[in-house]
Design a protein around this ligand. Structure first.
Ligand SMILES: CC(C)(COP(=O)(O)OP(=O)(O)OC[C@H]1O[C@@H](n2cnc3c(N)ncnc32)[C@H](O)[C@@H]1OP(=O)(O)O)[C@@H](O)C(=O)NCCC(=O)NCCS
Length: 206
């Protein structure tokens, strides 16, 4: 579609693909990408990203009703992420293209547990238009460096459905190894799905 009521091609909506002022909250930087701490002010761009990729993410995520994509729901999740980050139980990053500021995807660590465990779970996703260019491989390598360097975690676990070959390749390329599998481990898109457990360890802490 074109014109003033156009879809993603109109200037107003083009702005909805860009993260504003990412330079003020950089977690890590790579050749092509910035990893940026999300804020509530990103609600519009995050919501547009989720809506654009709804069908693409659907096979790999829990069932998401329409409420999940509402403005206030997105804003509330971003606020919760900020609280969890402050309390030390999570870390999230928006993946932003350096030149254009476009939002490409995100990464998150959740359920960070300290004590003798020093471990957490990893999630990530990339917009369909941006796949197949090595962006997630580049972003994940930098994110693991932050988790092991600044956060001093010892282990990161990623749970991947065997059918998700692209995700498994990304994890392995970033240094994760397959430790095992669990049957009917997570309820994904309405069904309890088997998952492979991939993990990476921080040898610097040993
Ligand atoms: C998985 C995902 C993050 C990969 O992002 P990406 O930026 O395309 O990844 P990269 O380009 O760094 O690497 C992808 C690798 O998988 C390969 N690949 C891409 N699509 C594939 C597919 N459908 N089947 C098999 N391999 C595939 C690519 O060729 C590349 O491998 P190679 O370069 O070694 O040949 C992205 O596809 C995505 O977000 N998918 C939906 C959400 C999701 O699955 N999240 C993870 C849940 S565990």
């Amino acid at each position: 579609m074109t014109g003033s009521h156009g879809h993603l091609s109109s200037p107003k909506n083009a702005d909805l693909t860009r993260v504003r002022r990412p330079g003020t909250r950089i977690i890590a930087e790579t050749g092509r990408l910035l990893l940026v701490r999300p804020s509530r002010a990103d609600a519009g761009v995050v919501r547009a990203f989720l809506l654009e990729n709804r069908g693409f993410f659907e096979p790999w995520e829990p069932l998401r009703g329409d409420d999940y994509f509402g403005r206030s729901a997105v804003r509330q999740r971003l606020a919760q992420t900020a609280r969890d980050t402050r309390s030390g139980s999570a870390l999230a990053a928006l993946i932003v293209a350096k030149g254009t500021g476009e939002l490409l995807g995100d990464l998150s660590l959740s359920a960070i547990v300290r004590g003798p465990f020093q471990s957490c779970y990893l999630g990530y996703k990339l917009g369909r238009r941006h796949t197949g260019r090595g962006y997630m491989t580049e972003a994940l390598a930098a994110f693991v460096r932050v988790a092991f360097g600044s956060l001093k975690l010892h282990r990161i676990e990623a749970n991947i459905m065997p059918a998700n070959e692209a995700s498994a390749r990304v994890a392995v390329r970033a240094g994760f190894t397959r430790e095992g599998a669990s049957a009917r481990y997570l309820k994904i898109n309405g069904r309890w799905e088997d998952h492979d457990h991939y993990a990476i360890l921080n040898g610097d802490l040993e």
